[in-house]
Design a protein around this ligand. Structure first.
Ligand SMILES: [Zn+2]
Length: 433
C-alpha cells in the first residue's frame, strides 16, 4: 500500500510520557487508556485512507502476560511492530500501532505481552470487537461485515474471544433448578450439539458437540454432584440416552418431556398424511386439488390464532373435502390444548386424546398414541409441574435458525460461541453505553 503518510503531529518520546499535543483529547476520541500517543499518520490512497495512531502502553500497563495479566519479565521484541483495527472515526478506518514484545510468564511461559486496548491474540481493539459481537447478535452476518468492513471469518473469531472472556468471569451453572436438555442438528443433520437451558431464566447455559451419554456426562461433571442434587426438574425430548444419564446423575429431579417436542411429533404425523393425500391426488390426475393442498401446509401447522383469513379459508375447505387430513389436524391441535391446560385438566384431556388417536384409523397417530403411552409418566410430570414451554422452545427455534443461516459456522465451537452470545446472556454492551 503506498504510504502518503504525513505526520499530523510531531513524534515525541513516549518514555518521558509526553505524547502528541492534544493527547488527552485523542485518548478520549480513540477510547484508549493507560497509553501515550506519540504520533499519527494517514496511509493508503484516495480510495481508502486509513489513520494510524502510534501508541505505547504506560509503564504500569507494560510487561504483563497476555493471558493472565501478571507482571512478567521481558523476553524479546516478538514480531516487532503490530497493528490493531479500531473503531472508525467518521468514515475513516483507524489502526492502533504498537510494539508487541514478548514476556515470560511464570504460568503461561513465553507469550506476547498484553496491551490495554485489545484482547489476547486479537487483531482488533476491544471496542471494535464488542461492537462486532453486539451487531452479530442482532443482525444478519452480511450487514455486520459490510458495516464493520471485515469478513465473517474474522467476526466468528471475535465472537469466540468475546464469549470466552465473558464466560470465564461468571459461573453460568450457578443456581440451576429447572433445566431443559436438547439436541440440535447442524451441518445438514450430520452433526449434533447437546444444549442445556435454564427454564427459569430462559438462558442457554451449556452446549457441547455430540449427542450421547458421554457428552451429557461432561455437563454433569462440570455441574458437580452437589449442584446436580439441587436440580428439581429436567425436561428433554424422547431420547432415552438423556433420560438414562439424568436418572443416574440427578435421580431426585422430575424428568419431564418438553411439550413442543410432543406437539412436533403430532405435526410430523399430520404432515405425512398431507403428503400421502397429495401423492394420491396426483396419481389420480386431480392436479387442481393437488396444487391447492400443496399450499395449505402453513394453515395446518400454524397456531389457529395466527392464521390469516386465506389460511382460515383453506382449513375450512380441507374440513369439507378432506376429512382424513382434517381429523389429523384436529388431533394435532387437541394435543396442543392438552399442554395449554396442564394439571389435572391436562391429564384428563390427554386420556381423551389417547382414546381418540387410537381409534383415528390414521396409522401415524395410532403409532404416536403408543409412543405417548410409553412416555406417559414423563408427560404427567410436565403437566403436573406446569413447566413452561415457551423459553425452551424459543431457544430451540433460535438455535435451529442459527444452524440454517447462510454464511454458516465452520466449526461446532464457532456455532456454540454464537449461541452463547445470543442466548447465553454473554453479549457485551456497545462501547461507551
Ligand atoms: Zn500468564
Amino acid at each position: 500500500m503506498p504510504c502518503i503518510g504525513f505526520w499530523l503531529a510531531k513524534v515525541s518520546d513516549h518514555r518521558t510520557g509526553n505524547g502528541v499535543r492534544g493527547s488527552r483529547v485523542w485518548r478520549k476520541l480513540l477510547r484508549v487508556e493507560q497509553v501515550t500517543i506519540s504520533g499519527f499518520s494517514f496511509e493508503g490512497d484516495a480510495d481508502e485512507e486509513v489513520l494510524v495512531a502510534e501508541v505505547h502502553p504506560t509503564r504500569s500497563a507494560r510487561g504483563r502476560c497476555g493471558q493472565c495479566g501478571r507482571r512478567s519479565a521481558g523476553y524479546d521484541q516478538g514480531g516487532g511492530i503490530r497493528r490493531w483495527r479500531a473503531l472508525d472515526l467518521g468514515a475513516t478506518k483507524v489502526f492502533l500501532q504498537a510494539a508487541a514484545p514478548r514476556v515470560t510468564c511464570k504460568v503461561h511461559g513465553v507469550v506476547v505481552a498484553s496491551v490495554p486496548w485489545a484482547r489476547p491474540n486479537a487483531r482488533f481493539t476491544r471496542d471494535f470487537e464488542d461492537t462486532c459481537a453486539w451487531l452479530a447478535a442482532r443482525t444478519a452476518g452480511s450487514t455486520v461485515c459490510e458495516l464493520m468492513r471485515t469478513t465473517w471469518r474474522f467476526v466468528t473469531g471475535v465472537i469466540s474471544r468475546v464469549v470466552a472472556e465473558n464466560s470465564s468471569s461468571r459461573d453460568l451453572l450457578a443456581g440451576l433448578r429447572r433445566i431443559g436438555i436438547d439436541e440440535i442438528s447442524h451441518r445438514k443433520g450430520h452433526h449434533y450439539l447437546t444444549c442445556v437451558i435454564d427454564h427459569d431464566t430462559g438462558r442457554l447455559v451449556w452446549a457441547a458437540p455430540g449427542r450421547n451419554s458421554e457428552t451429557l456426562g461432561t455437563f454433569f461433571d462440570e455441574l458437580g454432584a452437589e449442584r446436580a442434587a439441587e436440580l428439581t426438574h429436567v425436561s428433554a425430548d424422547g431420547a432415552e440416552w438423556i433420560h438414562t444419564v439424568v436418572r443416574q446423575r440427578a435421580p431426585q429431579a422430575a424428568l419431564c418431556l418438553d411439550p413442543f417436542h410432543v406437539v412436533a411429533w403430532a405435526t410430523k404425523a399430520m404432515d405425512e398424511i398431507r403428503r400421502e393425500t397429495w401423492n394420491l391426488l396426483r396419481r389420480r390426475g386431480d392436479r387442481a386439488a393437488a396444487s391447492e393442498l400443496k399450499g395449505t401446509r402453513w394453515a395446518l401447522v400454524k397456531n389457529p390464532s395466527d392464521l390469516t383469513p386465506e389460511q382460515r379459508g383453506s382449513l375450512a375447505s380441507i374440513a369439507t373435502t378432506n376429512r382424513r387430513l382434517y381429523r389429523a389436524y384436529l388431533l394435532k391441535e387437541q394435543l396442543r390444548a392438552v399442554f395449554a391446560a396442564k394439571g389435572l385438566e391436562g391429564r384428563q384431556l390427554l386420556a381423551g386424546w389417547l382414546a381418540w388417536a387410537r381409534r383415528s384409523r390414521l396409522p401415524g397417530f395410532v403409532k404416536l398414541a403408543a409412543t405417548i403411552k410409553r412416555f406417559l409418566p414423563l408427560i404427567w410430570n410436565t403437566l403436573n409441574h406446569r413447566l413452561s414451554n415457551a423459553r425452551s422452545e424459543a431457544t430451540n427455534t433460535h438455535l435451529r435458525m442459527l444452524t440454517r443461516r447462510a454464511y454458516g459456522f465452520h466449526t461446532a465451537e464457532a456455532l456454540i460461541a454464537m449461541a452463547m452470545l445470543t442466548r447465553g446472556g454473554l453479549c457485551p454492551p456497545l462501547p461507551g453505553r
